[in-house]
Design a protein around this ligand. Structure first.
Ligand code: SF4
Ligand code: SF4
Length: 365
């Protein structure tokens, strides 16, 4: 497996991106009213072509090695060349982890694509995260997609055999925590825990500028309770959940991260310095580069810089935005950035170590 230790200098000096979130498409076969990405669409983005394989090859070539590559969208499996895109990054950037979030609505296609990816990318951890925002009709209603719950479960069952066949495969669920499902979190969490193989389960706080902002009317206390329930369920299933070196550390970091999200929302200010734009980057489907998913000021577009992401990082615009982030002029609860910001902040290490040791002993504080 590709070792994360290769990235220690980058983690220490924070001088180059090692985590990329790549929005491969804006197309989606669902219409979730709390989707920040579809809501952020403007007419220009709607009409521009997605980067093609040749362009992606050049962007990837300019990036250097990656610790973590997260695909995003839109529904990523609507990009029919997702396996080919994965193989480009695998060959050139050797990511330790490649993450595939999906609404799971195309079971057969997802299974075929994941098999191709798992066959051709054996040294990266390949993680699929299926969306589950309610149980049965609640899920379908929230996402405006009749029948989607059953399709997502079908995808889960279709992918389960890969856990045995491919030792680098990880399969889990993610739930968007929003106003409409916050009262049902206990049952959603327990439902996922009761599924065959009791998969990993995470929750993401609803985020971004939404067409229907009332989805962000959340009760922080309910979020805290849901976080504790997830941690407690994890404790009961520690040995079956962790298949990889470093997975216990990630689980300990998850617990710490949910506490930081709670504190961020409670105090309405950032809890940690943010390294978005230095260590993390976002690339969208038409080539715009951003420091993170929340800020809408682009560093530039790779198409204007010979598909060289290093050149985009040196633009005047990039320097201005990086300076604003350094001065902590923004805050958010985005889990991906919380993760790197926690792992890069030595002040968090005592708590992290405490949670990690708790994992080893089967205890969670
Ligand atoms: S499935 Fe994902 S990308 Fe599609 S509308 Fe829902 S949240 Fe947005
Ligand atoms: S704090 Fe959040 S919004 Fe601000 S740069 Fe970091 S990730 Fe982006």
């Amino acid at each position: 497996m590709y070792s994360p230790l290769r990235h220690l200098p980058a983690l220490f000096y924070k001088h180059r991106p090692i985590q990329l979130t790549y929005f491969v498409t804006r197309q989606c076969n669902a219409r979730c009213p709390y989707c920040f990405y579809l809501a952020s669409k403007n007419d220009t983005q709607q009409n521009e072509a997605e980067l093609n394989l040749d362009e992606i090859q050049q962007v990837s070539n300019s990036l250097g090695s990656l610790l973590w590559l997260a695909f995003s969208g839109g529904e990523i499996f609507l990009r029919k060349d997702l396996a080919a895109i994965s193989q480009i990054f695998y060959r050139q950037n050797k990511p330790c982890i490649m993450l595939y979030p999906t609404n799971g609505m195309q079971p057969q296609h997802i299974k075929n694509t994941m098999q191709q990816i798992l066959e051709t990318c054996p040294k990266s951890v390949i993680a699929v995260k299926l969306s589950i925002d309610g149980i049965g009709e609640q899920h379908d209603g929230l996402r405006n997609t009749p029948g989607s719950f059953n399709k997502t479960l079908q995808t889960y069952h279709d992918l389960l055999p890969f856990l045995e066949r491919y030792k680098n495969f990880e399969l889990g669920f993610n739930t968007v925590f929003c106003s409409e499902n916050q009262h049902d979190m206990n049952s959603i969490i327990d439902y996922v825990a009761s599924l065959e193989h009791a998969p990993l389960h995470t929750i993401s706080m609803v985020r971004g500028n939404l067409n229907e902002p009332h989805y962000k009317n959340i009760d922080l206390e309910k979020y805290r309770q849901a976080s504790e329930r997830l941690a407690s369920n994890m404790k009961k299933r520690i040995s079956s959940l962790f298949r990889f070196n470093g997975a216990r550390l990630k689980a300990a970091q998850d617990i710490l991260q949910r506490r930081l999200i709670y504190a961020t929302l409670q105090q309405k200010q950032s809890q940690l310095p943010c390294y978005a734009g230095l260590v993390n980057l976002v690339l969208n489907e038409i080539g715009d580069v951003y420091p993170c998913e929340m800020l809408h000021n682009s560093f530039g577009n790779v198409c204007d810089y010979q598909y060289n992401i290093q050149k985009v990082l040196k633009t005047e615009q990039a320097k201005i935005i990086q300076a604003r982030i350094k001065n902590r002029q923004c805050y958010c609860t985005h889990e991906c950035y919380m993760m790197t910001n926690t792992l890069l902040n030595t002040r968090q290490y005592p708590v992290l170590v405490k949670e990690y040791l708790g994992m080893l002993n089967g205890k969670i504080s």
